[in-house]
Design a binder for this molecule. Structure first.
Ligand code: ADE
Ligand code: ZN
Length: 336
């Protein structure tokens, strides 16, 4: 087994609805008697040609329409764990988008209970630990976010963090300062998509106004030298998703992706998969894609794995268990 297969992996940027594989989508659509504009898996895959974040979101929200029952959300979540158990994924911090479902009259409880039971089954059957992050859709209003918050409050024990997702351009973090304050007051941690398609100014806003613990994507930090210096000094984790960024045309070619440059400058960058069923790969394929482009040393691959462990919301003991395992592998293979 090579190093990328062997390292214990921690996934920090994953939308559970973005793991919906076409086979399962068609199966659940049939079970729920829902018509999709696709007849076969090949038809579905043909639709996965994206030109921007919005072109992807249109298809992503459409596919989520087939999810109706607790069983559907359980099956979606369980299938993800089953898949990544083959990639030595040990811990996952996943985002879910309740507003995508409550807007179709699927109850918040149905969504959260189904995903939660999938997470418990993932722990039992594959020994993968996980945490759940509440996704706020930024193209909806602050008022909508507070409606979601009221639905989430009775189940807050299931949540580790709040997260900001969906169409970034024109929907700055500043719009959600109050809901982030409410979430932090209840003890949640905070992450936000920033600097994916939107400007580096949105990364500053996420840090200063939302007081996030991590930035999702953050690739456009490279446009602001002062920001890069700050991210390095503070070791703010950036959960990067290389296959997502090339698939959504943020970069024409992987060689333009800033992950290698930022890692080599000493920033806390991590490798993640975002919406793996739509972007052609789970976490391991993301590691392989950047390795093929940037020729990382064994030490750099181990640094990426370490960054993810340290940037996770696990406690110190849990982090140390994964670090011990990584250090053993590193001692065996890293001679550079
Ligand atoms: N929701 C699902 N995937 C997303 C992404 N890459 N950016 C913003 N919102 C998302
Ligand atoms: Zn994302």
């Amino acid at each position: 087994m090579d190093l990328i297969s062997r390292i214990p992996k921690v996934e920090l940027h994953l939308h559970i609805e973005g793991t919906f594989e076409p086979e399962l989508m068609l199966k659940i659509a049939k079970r729920n008697n829902i018509q999709l504009p696709y007849k076969s898996v090949a038809d579905v895959k043909k639709a996965y040609e994206f030109t921007s974040l919005q072109s992807f979101l249109d298809i992503y929200y459409q596919s989520a329409q087939v999810l109706l029952t607790e069983e559907d959300f359980h099956d979606l979540t369980y299938a993800y764990f089953q898949k990544v158990a083959t990639q030595n994924v040990r811990h996952v911090e996943m985002i879910f988008d309740p507003q995508t479902h409550t807007s179709r009259n699927v109850a918040y409880e149905t969504v959260v209970n189904g995903i939660w039971s999938g997470m418990q089954a993932g722990l039992k059957d594959f020994s993968i630990t996980s945490k759940l992050m509440l996704g706020v859709l930024r193209d909806l209003t602050e008022e909508d976010a507070f409606v979601l918050w009221q639905q989430a409050l009775p189940h807050i024990d299931k949540l580790a963090a709040i997260s900001l997702n969906s169409a970034e351009q024109g929907n700055p973090p500043s719009k959600f300062a109050k809901i982030y304050q409410a979430a932090r007051d209840k003890g949640l941690l905070a992450v936000a998509h920033a600097g994916e398609e939107g400007p580096s100014e949105y990364i500053w806003q996420a840090l200063n106004l939302l007081k996030v613990n991590r930035i999702d994507h953050g690739v456009r930090c490279t446009e602001d030298e002062e920001l890069v210096t700050y991210l390095k000094q503070q070791q703010i984790p950036l959960t990067m998703c290389p296959l997502s960024n090339t698939k959504l045309c943020v970069y024409k070619d992987m060689s333009e992706h800033p992950i290698a440059e930022l890692l080599r400058k000493g920033l806390c960058v991590t490798v993640n998969s975002d919406d793996p069923s739509f972007f052609g790969g789970y976490i391991e394929e993301n590691y392989r894609a950047i390795q093929a482009t940037f020729d990382f040393s064994d030490k750099e691959i181990c640094q990426l794995a370490e960054n993810a462990i340290q940037a996770s919301f696990l406690n110190q003991t849990e982090k140390q268990t994964l670090m011990d395992e990584l250090n053993n592998i590193q001692q065996e293979v890293c001679h550079d």
